[in-house]
Design a protein around this ligand. Structure first.
Ligand SMILES: C[S@@+](CC[C@H](N)C(=O)[O-])C[C@H]1O[C@@H](n2cnc3c(N)ncnc32)[C@H](O)[C@@H]1O
Length: 566
């Protein structure tokens, strides 16, 4: 039996694209029915968990790719990071600009990308705050970073909601600010007091209250320091960062309820226009399961992730990855055991109780134990060295030297090792001395092996491709590139499609190209994603041309492999 329109009962073919449960005979009826369907459409409900607070729980099974929610932000603005030098965000569009060289806003004199930037007059962006910022009648020529503090703008934008969008203001104040952890004795309190509260009060709210007194009209009811601290807490704990052509921070009415998990079951994308967020399942989610995202860095080891979450979001993560000493078999934090002077050992050092901040570390082969302090000292020291080398535009040789040194102490999958290998695979084949004409076969084989190793780790820690799409895509494309050079070299030597190694590289390459399409499907809006999509499309064209010109049939993989055996 055919489906019936949820609005009028007529036969219908159109389905709600989010839940695929309701059918409609026309777009108009779908629109009319939305008021009723809105609640039923959402595949989750809001629950309160004693440990987590409010959270989203699936009310039905959700498949990877299904849309869970899609909504516009309550408020968004320049990322509230303190900037002491270098580029600053334009208050109209948040694109980074050099303040000293840029135009100024006609209304408030803040540096802007262009006097005609559309965001400057938009009341939901700079338009409203400009009226308050314009109350200071002095202009700065030097020391612009101090004088025009873009890190105070989002707080001001939030405060201004009370006037134009009181409902949104109430929604915002209902979010968790964790004030109990941000009291007057903390560094964060002192920074907000000085950088935001004092700055806004002395420069803008002071002249504003004089005007209010004169006109007898209130511009803003609540400009208390208490509310400013609350808003800053809400932003720090709940806001999402949007990394597109600009650095934007946004607060969403429902998406903020997504709880953290180091193995998240959703991924999200932002629209360029209006920064609408769309949250999609990236792993199967069963009814009753919590819907999760990731608040920290997927490529950090357990201790670094947990410390970061504790410092910035005020909780201790106890997810499956954090509980597992091997981090889901990835060994991302594992060290090599050096044994003792008498008995060298090549076992692995792993944390005994990874959820304890001062866990002991133990070898899986010998009796050697390490304190957490010793491990931190070693790992942080290596981390600093890696950062130092990476910042200096390293050569292949420098990175290979560093890698060799690190592998004395760290497991080959350790996250610092991952970072160095990821840089190396992007230099092999490109850097002078290693260009496609110069690079040796051995080096290409090493690059391909590194790509496979890193792909294996990436799939273990991010099976849903929630966070590491770009890393994953780079690895797939670099594996393709390494194989491709080898294939063409062998081909020129007359080693052709009947040789097993060539066939398996071709099959691997086809697989890389197919996977690239899946991995990059949510990255169409980002500059880095776009670049990789174009690269992958070019590679697909070259590869297909080669296969067609040489009449290679990769679809009958088994036949080719059998021919090879003969
Ligand atoms: C963005 S808010 C999420 C909504 C919040 N649960 C609420 O009740 O408003 C982030 C806060 O939720 C809590 N939270 C999120 N994920 C958690 C987790 N995996 N374990 C414990 N608490 C968590 C922490 O208090 C964290 O600071």
């Amino acid at each position: 039996m055919g489906e019936k329109c949820a609005e009028c009962g007529a036969p219908s073919e159109l389905k709600c694209s989010a839940c695929k449960l309701a059918s409609y005979c026309s777009k108009e009826h779908q629109k009319q029915h939305w008021k009723n369907h809105k609640t039923a459409c959402r595949p989750f409900e809001i629950q309160v968990d004693p440990l987590i607070g409010k959270c989203l729980v699936a009310t039905r099974d959700i498949k990877p790719g299904d849309v869970i929610l899609s909504e516009l932000p309550i408020v968004y603005g320049p990322r509230p990071h303190m900037v002491e030098e270098g580029p600053v965000p334009c208050p109209g569009c948040c694109k980074l600009i050099i303040g000293e060289k840029s135009a100024r806003c006609e209304g408030c004199d803040f540096p802007v990308c262009h006097p005609d930037c559309p965001g400057l007059k938009d009341m939901d962006r700079h338009g409203h705050e400009c009226m308050i910022l314009g109350l200071r009648d002095v202009r700065a020529i030097n020391g612009l970073h101090e004088f025009y503090r873009q890190d105070a703008l989002l707080t001001l934008r939030c405060l201004l909601l009370q006037h134009r969008h009181p409902k949104k203001f109430a929604q915002l104040l209902d979010m968790e600010p964790h004030l109990e952890r941000r009291g007057p004795n903390t560094d964060v309190y002192r920074t907000i007091e000085e950088r935001i509260a004092d700055y806004l009060h002395s420069n803008f709210f002071h002249p504003m209250t004089i005007l209010e007194g004169r006109s007898g009209k209130k511009v803003l009811e609540d400009i208390s320091r208490e509310t400013i601290h609350k808003i800053c807490g809400v932003i720090d704990v709940n806001a999402l960062e949007i990394n597109q052509q600009a650095e934007i921070t946004a607060l969403y009415p429902t998406a903020y309820l997504l709880e953290h998990n180091c193995l998240p079951n959703t991924t999200h994308i932002f629209d360029n226009d209006g920064y609408k967020i769309t949250v999609k399942a990236c792993l199967p989610i069963e009814a009753g399961e919590h819907i999760t995202t990731m608040y920290t860095h997927c490529l950090w080891g357990t201790q670094a992730r947990r410390e970061h979450l504790k410092e910035t979001k005020y909780f201790s993560c106890e997810c499956r990855r954090c509980r597992d000493p091997t981090e889901l078999g990835s060994y991302l934090s594992a060290l090599k055991c050096l044994g003792s002077e008498q008995e060298p050992c090549d076992g692995l050092q792993l944390p005994v109780e990874p959820l304890k901040d001062d866990t002991e570390w133990r070898c899986d082969r010998c009796d050697v134990r390490l304190t957490n302090e010793e491990v931190c000292f070693l790992v942080n020291g290596i981390g600093e060295e890696v950062d130092g080398v990476q910042l200096g535009n390293p050569t292949v040789r420098e990175l290979e030297g560093l890698l060799g040194k690190m592998l004395t102490f760290l497991h080959p999958n350790h996250y610092h090792v991952y970072s160095v290998k990821h840089s190396l695979i992007q230099l092999y084949g490109y850097q002078q001395g290693y260009t496609p004409n110069q690079i040796t076969d051995d080096c290409l084989a090493r690059k391909a092996a590194m790509c496979r190793e890193l792909l294996d780790i990436t799939r273990k820690i991010d099976p849903g491709n929630a966070r590491l799409c770009l890393y994953h895509a780079v690895l797939l494309h670099e594996l393709f590139s390494a194989n491709w050079i080898i294939i063409k070299r062998k081909w020129d030597l007359g080693i052709k499609a009947k040789v097993k190694s060539v066939v398996s590289m071709m099959l691997e390459n086809q697989n890389c190209l197919d996977q690239l399409e899946t991995v990059l499907q949510n990255e169409r809006n980002t500059p880095a994603g776009d670049k990789l999509i174009n690269l992958a499309a070019g590679s697909r064209k070259d590869f297909t041309k080669f296969i067609e010109r040489n009449k290679i049939d990769l679809s009958c993989k088994e036949k080719i492999e059998n021919d090879n055996k003969e």
